[in-house]
Design a protein around this ligand. Sequence first.
Ligand code: F0G
Length: 410
Amino acid sequence: MKYHLECIGCEAQYPPTEIVYVCKRCGDLLDVRYDYDILRESVDTSLWKARPISVWRYEELLPLDKASVKVSLGEGGTSLHRSVRLAESLGLKRLHVKNEGENPTGSFKDRGMTVGVSKAVEIGAKKVVCASTGNTSASLAAYAAKAGLECIVLIPSQKIALGKLAQAVVYGANVLQIEGSFDDALRAAMELAQSKTGLYLLNSINPYRLEGQKTLAYEVWDQLGGRAPDKILVPVGNAGNISAIWKGFQDLNQLGLISNLPRMIGIQAEGASPIAEAFRRGLSKIKPVPNPETVATAIRIGSPASWKKALRVVRDSKGLMETVADAEILEAQKLLARLEGIFVEPASASSIAGLKKLVEVGAVSCEEEVICVTTGHGLKDPEVVERFCEKPITVEADQNSIKRALSLNS
Ligand code: F0G
């Protein structure tokens, strides 16, 4: 068999046919583990080159049966933008932005959902469920619609960006607002999935979803012409994505396709930063934040499910975790938009804000090749722009008024 599920704590193994989200023995998270000898035989990079750049270019490295239906909306293949003007303003030479907002529903979640929902179909699930700060629900709702599955999403009753809620509703999901935080909603979703309701859970504790998300690393390797960068900055909430991206680079390394591994840098918002706090204090466990608060609602998470994976990733990759304040996030959002023409939602801008901070303290140097992952599209959260950006002024429809307003002489 090409792969199995394995507990990251006690290393208990489970066959792919078993529906299990956390280890039945010790309750820890699971990972998909491959037999790299089998993979080495099936991977042919010239075959990859003949396929369009996308999640499915790398299908030999994904945990699905060959014959399975692939539920796809054209995910992955997002641009790696060489960001010269932003680099100059930060004092860097080689900076790229991997803009995940270019995915079908506007966030990186689509990479995970194409694989996760394909898996749901493969195992015969008819209903899927997730808890979400917004993007996961938008993405799951879309892929469930494509596959003809019933979709239930649990969202915190407040502070979910309007665009994301609109997406889940219009794709036809059954949306429940839970009185409480994202952490409460996730607990409820996990209990639902584990209580014989027939609901298949597609949060990022589902290891198959993270397999889709790891393809970001493969694409970066492809887009850089077959190498890894020195450092990658990733916004961190529930901490699935940073773990997935690291796994992608490790796969490439195991297959002999890269010799250098990037340092992984996770960025959390100051008011929701239990992992960064544990990293800073050298602790092996996080202390959940009871009332997380940040303008970056996508990462407003006090008890991240995959904290253990994330702490391992930053330790193993010799990376780090950093925090950024809301004001720094909002400033970075504008900076990226105005210097590079890339509009991202606040959570995504945290990677840019984190980079600025780390360059200032000398933790990232100008010679290094750096990638910032921006995770979601700016149009998902227009309210934040309305609240924090300049408002347009209204003038009469005559030339004099317009010129006066624009300080144009003639
Ligand atoms: N950026 C955006 C735009 C997100 O939506 C999320 C997570 C993250 C970053 C953090 O990724 O959780 O893998 O560390 N959003 C989840 C959701 C929680 O429900 O949409 P992570």
